[in-house]
Design a protein around this ligand. Structure first.
Ligand SMILES: NC(=O)c1ccc[n+]([C@@H]2O[C@H](COP(=O)([O-])OP(=O)(O)OC[C@H]3O[C@@H](n4cnc5c(N)ncnc54)[C@H](OP(=O)(O)O)[C@@H]3O)[C@@H](O)[C@H]2O)c1
Length: 321
């Protein structure tokens, strides 16, 4: 899913590519995909795949990145890695170009692309933090199945039609049916009672924002939506920010689009975010239980800003584009 989005984003943004190589596993050998009017045949990833490559965008999971990203660097490529393999390594920058572009330049060959839910949240929080420092963040996510990959998208299609035709849905990718359901379980459970996805949001937010002590509390939930992650975010600041001021700050912020006219039923929606670049924010309101806090609803296309677009933006940044 992410690889396909990367291919179209490189084309849309006219990234200066002399030669594009598409790498996958044995099961994709020989498949052909269009790029700038040509058809490119998929090659099977191997130890020699990176000869002559300047830039390698990885999105084939942690195990593949752990094994092949160092080989790509050895062959002279800069790697932008979408997996969680290197994100928390001290020497590997974790970059969202709208938030911490300067971190990208301290890389030693690998730059990590953060978790999708974290990216869309920090793009919105950073400009508000610049107005008044954040003291605490509480987030609950409503994450689409495309965040798990193509098998999960197929599973939601199949289970939905099974349920509607009176058949029992059979879970394969997730431990329970995802059609007509919500699963408060993304990635594995850790000894502290949180899931790894929840702890990724805590740790990655701190690293990207350069706030190692920031209190962050996350609950991550998989919902039966194909594309687009939604988040309810409560953020407490040192000083209260009026919701109208927050909207004005966010209207000027890079990568953010404010959709906040509840009277007209206008607020960010996963269905509207699909295929688009911005992080949409709306439902901005004061927290009635805590005067220094705001509540908001943030939505973005997890395959684009949450993964492929952010990776291509990092590539543009380090290439001086
Ligand atoms: N989906 C998201 O929203 C999202 C967001 C942020 C980060 N990510 C990360 O991006 C990565 C991919 O996610 P996805 O959603 O694109 O998954 P996906 O749809 O399942 O695609 C996985 C890709 O990896 C390739 N692959 C798997 N094993 C391989 C191997 N041993 N050698 C070479 N290629 C291999 C697959 O090729 P074949 O089809 O040929 O096997 C396929 O192209 C994951 O690390 C994920 O955590 C995803």
């Amino acid at each position: 899913m992410v690889g396909q989005a990367m291919r179209s984003i490189l084309e849309e943004r006219n990234f200066p590519v002399a030669e594009l190589r598409l790498l996958a596993s044995e099961r994709s050998r020989g498949r052909r995909f269009p790029f700038r009017g040509d058809e490119i045949e998929v090659e099977v990833l191997g130890e020699n795949s990176f000869r002559g490559v300047d830039l390698a965008l990885f999105s084939a999971g942690k195990e593949v990145s752990l094994r092949y990203a160092p080989l790509a660097v050895e062959a002279g490529a800069v790697v932008v890695d979408n997996s969680s393999a290197f994100r928390m390594e001290e020497k590997v920058p974790l970059v969202v170009p709208e938030v911490n572009p300067d971190h990208a330049f301290g890389h030693g060959g690998i730059i990590a692309n953060p978790n999708c839910s974290t990216i869309q949240m920090v793009v919105v929080l950073k400009p508000l933090h610049d107005r008044s420092p954040m003291r605490r963040v509480v987030v609950s996510t409503y994450q689409s199945v495309s965040g798990t990959g193509k098998d999960a998208v197929d599973e939601l299609h199949k289970q939905s039609s099974d349920v509607l035709s009176g058949k029992e849905p059979v879970p394969r990718v997730y431990p329970h049916a995802i059609a007509f359901n919500c699963l408060p379980h993304i990635d594995v459970f850790l000894p502290n009672g949180y899931t790894r996805e929840e702890m990724k949001m805590v740790e990655e937010t701190r690293k990207i924002m350069g706030l190692p002590e920031l209190p962050v509390s996350a609950t991550t939930v998989r919902v039966p939506v194909f594309v687009g992650h939604s988040e309810s975010v409560n953020v407490e600041f040192e000083e209260a920010i009026d919701p109208e001021e927050a909207r004005n700050i966010l209207r000027e912020a890079p990568g953010v689009e404010v959709v906040d006219d509840p009277e007209s039923n206008l607020y960010p929606l996963a269905l509207h975010a699909e295929g688009k670049d911005p992080c949409y924010v709306g439902r901005i309101r004061s927290d009635l239980s805590c005067p220094r806090a705001l509540n908001m609803w943030i939505v973005s296309d997890n395959l684009r800003k949450g993964a492929a677009l952010n990776a291509v933006q990092i590539a543009e940044l380090i290439s001086g584009i």
